[in-house]
Design a protein around this ligand. Structure first.
Ligand code: C2E
Ligand code: MG
Ligand code: MG
Ligand code: MG
Length: 282
């Protein structure tokens, strides 16, 4: 019987492996066509000022409308896109789309775009960003590139050069998922970030968890000492917001203000009078 038969178990195991690698191959195959087939879509998440609670920007987040699997979140395909290098083409599309959109807004909000490590090390990356800014007419100060610490551990000297060139043009750079890397402090010391985004794992329940509170407080202190504004990610509850307000965090983002929204909903805020961007209090 399979249960006690070691060869049976091995058979089962390799069949499983087989299924997994077939699924992966299929995913990569589908990803290759997705860009050309226009299956990608951006959704937009509000970033609000902590004091006024007015919108100050949007982070763009990638979605894949797969022909048979339906809407697929980035967690399910970004890793494969990164491994295969497809992220370069996809990331370029995201940047162009986000800048085109932001350039058309009536209100001069920031637009924050996630950038993968493989994009950052592309020799043409800075030129690509500049070309997109020129073509779309978006002012560089309104573009914020979000990079995580893992993006810069590979080739620090090169990344530093890239960051300085982007900053010379006026493009902003945010450190995403702060606190989850293995040397966040060293990274902050070396790289010229314009914003720190505290990872949502520290924000969740910050008002009732002493450890999270200590980490968030220290990050805010650090930001203030280094003169780098801090945004808290993943704010879901009023109590978390209250804590962040009392501790003088600069801005916030999270489901409390709404899940990432469609282009249409986003435009109501970015092109309207902005009344929709505020959290409706019950
Ligand atoms: P991220 O850049 O840290 O983005 C924040 C993620 O947290 C988003 O997930 C967002 O929907 C989610 N989030 C925001 N507020 C809350 C909240 O209050 N509660 C909870 N539970 N979640 C919240 P999403 O859209 O699934 O994206 C996941 C990650 O995928 C992103 O993390 C980012 O690293 C990556 N990603 C998304 N779009 C792109 C892209 O265009 N390019 C690249 N390279 N990576 C992307
Ligand atoms: Mg991000
Ligand atoms: Mg993040
Ligand atoms: Mg993340």
């Amino acid at each position: 019987r399979a249960k006690s038969d070691p060869t049976g178990a091995i058979c089962q195991f390799s069949e499983d492996m087989d299924r997994q690698s077939r699924e992966k191959l299929q995913l990569v195959h589908d990803l290759r066509q997705a860009c050309a087939a226009g299956q990608f879509e951006l959704v937009y998440q509000l970033q609000n000022d902590i004091t006024s609670l007015e919108p100050v920007g949007f982070e763009v987040l990638l979605r894949w409308n797969h022909p048979t699997r339906g809407r697929v979140g980035p967690g399910e395909f970004i890793p494969a896109a990164e491994e295969t290098g497809l992220i370069r083409e996809i990331g370029h599309w995201v940047l162009r789309e986000a800048c085109t959109e932001a350039a058309s807004w009536a209100r001069p909000f920031q637009v924050a775009v996630n950038v993968a490590p493989q994009q950052l090390v592309q020799p043409s990356f800075v030129e690509d960003v500049m070309d997109i800014l020129l073509e779309t007419g978006l002012s560089p100060e309104r573009l914020e590139l979000e990079i995580t610490e893992s993006s810069i551990i590979d080739d620090q000297a090169h990344t530093l050069k890239v960051m300085h060139r982007l900053k010379d043009y006026g493009v902003r750079i945010a450190m995403d998922d702060f606190g989850t890397g293995y040397s966040s402090l060293a990274t902050l010391q070396t790289f010229p970030f314009d914003k720190i985004k505290i990872d949502q794992s520290f924000v969740r329940g910050v008002h009732r968890n002493a450890q999270s509170a200590a980490i968030v407080r220290s990050t805010l202190l650090l930001g203030s000492a280094l003169n780098i504004p801090v945004l808290a990610e993943g704010v879901e509850e009023q109590d978390e917001l209250n804590f962040l307000q009392a501790e003088k965090c600069a801005s916030v983002q999270g489901f409390y203000f709404g899940t990432p929204m469609s282009q249409e909903d986003m435009r109501r805020i970015a092109c309207g009078d902005g009344a929709e961007g505020r959290k409706q209090s019950a």
